[in-house]
Ligand binder design. Structure first.
Ligand code: 1HN
Length: 354
């Protein structure tokens, strides 16, 4: 028996009977679930995990003999977080997959309300075309397909090409804002030369009358060559930040915000032998090792430390709010992606620097 401040006594059975009675009216007692709905701090469901590229590359290549890119529409092996199997999630929020396109193939044109990024992992010289502009892709380039833009991919090079796709599928699904359309032909017509967007928007300049058409950066290929040069210059010019080393964010030059409205992307340089201080943030983090080698140590909620050892092309994730440190054995470049861009817009992003 329990008594509340008004002196009304109800036993557990009476409460249960009350719950059954209101159930038929589509009502439920908040007090039974309140603590779970509003936990004291984030409890990500995803777990830290690393995909060893050398180990999975044979599976990716084998998928090329299984079906054509045209048949598949997109021939992708989804990187499924081990704690979220079947949900097409690499972190709690973002989708990740490795897409293969073979010489001569075209992944047909379509558009959708989800935003996508491509991070080039393997091979060289395939292209993606976005709303009438082609860009040739090279190792570690960061390429964007903004929401609702027509896009097809093709490989006119002599080698298979593999890139990482990251999409905001679950964010758009959460709001039930999904639309898609297929173009009637394989390729959407090209109307501007390769490099046009980078020339107009990527030189610290903007066309005089430029008015943003969307929340996404008008640059859709950020070549690694330029990013690397910027990082290397920072490395030569000063000491690394204790938590981040030398870390840059990819931005939309027209707004100063992240390059994509929902997905945040970064590139960081970690000098050999440097170790970052423990850091935690509410966004689920994904990384690709671009150069170098080392390990990332993640402290799990039960105090255990999970160590992920990486080398170039490995993909690994650190779920939100888990303190972690990076330990580069040699000069290292890490690409990063997360849902921070969406969290900041909703006012829920938090970080802790230890
Ligand atoms: C998609 O459209 C692409 O355009 C890649 O290359 C991966 C995963 C789920 C849904 C749509 C692409 C995708 C995707």
């Amino acid at each position: 028996m329990e008594m509340n401040s008004a002196g009304i006594v109800r036993n557990a059975e009476e409460r249960k009977a009350f719950y059954s009675k209101i159930d038929g009216a589509h009502l439920a007692p908040l007090w039974e679930v309140l603590k779970g709905l509003v936990p004291a701090e984030p409890r990500p469901a995803a777990m830290p995990h690393l995909w060893d590229y050398d180990a999975i590359r044979p599976h990716i290549i084998e998928s090329g003999a299984l079906l054509t890119a045209k048949e598949a529409e997109r021939r992708v092996l989804v990187l499924e977080n081990p704690a979220l199997r079947g949900q097409s999630l690499i972190t709690d929020v973002l989708y990740g997959g490795l897409q293969l396109i073979l010489p001569g193939e075209v992944a047909p044109a379509h558009r959708h309300s989800q935003s996508a990024l491509r991070f080039i992992m393997d091979g060289d010289g395939a292209y993606t075309a976005v709303n009438g502009e082609k860009t040739t892709m090279h190792y570690a380039d960061f390429v964007i397909t903004p929401a609702w833009t027509w896009h097809d991919h093709g490989n006119d090079s002599a080698n298979p090409m593999v890139w990482l796709d990251v999409l905001d599928l679950s964010i758009v699904a959460h709001f039930h804002g999904q639309f898609r359309e297929d173009w009637e032909e394989e390729r959407f017509p090209v109307s501007r030369p390769d490099g046009d967007a980078l020339a107009r928007y990527g030189a610290g300049l903007l066309p005089i009358d430029y008015k943003p058409q969307s929340a996404t950066s008008p640059i859709f290929n950020y070549p690694y060559e330029r990013t690397r040069e910027a990082l290397f210059s920072m490395h030569r010019a000063g000491d690394p930040d204790p938590h981040f080393g030398h870390k840059l964010k990819y931005i939309n030059p027209a707004s100063g915000d992240w390059a994509m409205p929902t997905i945040a992307t970064t590139m960081q340089w970690l000098p050999a032998g440097f170790a970052t201080r423990p850091y935690q943030s509410t966004d689920g983090l994904g990384f690709v090792c671009v150069e170098g080698a080392g390990e990332t140590r993640v402290t799990l909620p039960d105090g255990q430390v999970k160590i992920m050892t990486w080398k170039p092309r490995d993909v690994f994730v650190v779920p939100g709010w888990l303190p972690h440190t990076h330990h580069p054995a040699s000069d290292t470049v890490l690409f990063g992606f997360s849902d921070r861009s969406a969290q900041e817009k909703l006012g829920i992003f938090r970080e802790k620097r230890h």
